[in-house]
Design a protein around this ligand. Structure first.
Ligand code: ADP
Ligand code: MG
Length: 198
């Protein structure tokens, strides 16, 4: 279970201006299921996901994951949390363009200190309908295909939670529907938190 308790986040800009991105957010998420958070641009969606994923720290409040306080984690605990509990699907995808599909997915497991077998990789690629693309370059994929690879990269870690930042933001309607079906399927077994502006 994931709980946010009175979470606020302030940023300071380079010009020392204080910006409040989140104000007293309290939310409770179950162990599985798809949670979709809507909000217009600038409303704090990416900030919220970054805090949940331990990529940035709260200004005040607590984030409890299975009753452990993520905001109190030391550096090594945070690394463990990010590498083993969480799969990220970023808005910008963050795939590495000079690695091919297989290498991008293998890298995700390497972060956990594990070696991905071709079999493991083929299995996740099959889950996302991309089994024929193992050796394809990232730049040789469509937007929807790249998004599927980003999802495969997140799920091969077998995390308990997936956070997705506008995963259909740059896709056409038909492809978005397919990606949403895939995300819904994943949420049968994992907690999936997705943010979107539409
Ligand atoms: P969203 O993802 O909903 O578009 P963000 O979480 O990216 O919103 O941003 C929320 C607010 O925080 C915005 O007003 C944005 O300008 C501000 N913000 C985000 N990141 C920073 C930062 N690093 N420094 C200063 N302000 C930031
Ligand atoms: Mg955002």
């Amino acid at each position: 279970m994931l709980e946010l308790k009175h979470v606020s986040k302030w940023y300071e800009t380079k010009k020392k201006k204080q910006v409040q991105a989140l104000k007293d957010v309290s939310l409770t998420f179950g162990n599985t299921g798809l949670y979709v958070i809507f909000g217009k641009s600038g409303s704090g969606k990416s900030t919220l996901l970054n805090l949940i994923a331990g990529l940035d720290g709260v200004t005040s409040g607590r984030i409890l994951f299975n009753e452990e306080d993520v905001t109190k984690f030391k550096a090594n605990e945070l690394n463990q949390y990010r590498n083993f509990q969480i799969g990220f699907i970023f808005q910008e995808l963050n795939l590495i363009s000079n690695l091919n599909v297989k290498e991008n997915i293998a890298l995700s497991l390497k972060m956990q200190g594990k070696k991905a077998s071709d079999e493991d990789i083929l299995q996740v690629l099959t889950t996302v309908g991309m089994e024929a693309f193992m050796d394809r370059g990232i730049n040789e994929l469509s937007g929807g295909q790249k998004q599927r690879i980003a999802i495969a990269r997140a799920i091969i870690k077998n995390p308990n939670m997936i956070v997705a930042d506008e995963p259909t933001g740059s896709l056409d309607t038909q492809t978005s529907i397919q990606i949403m079906e895939l995300i819904k399927d994943i949420s049968k077994e994992k907690l999936v938190i997705m943010v979107t502006h539409n």
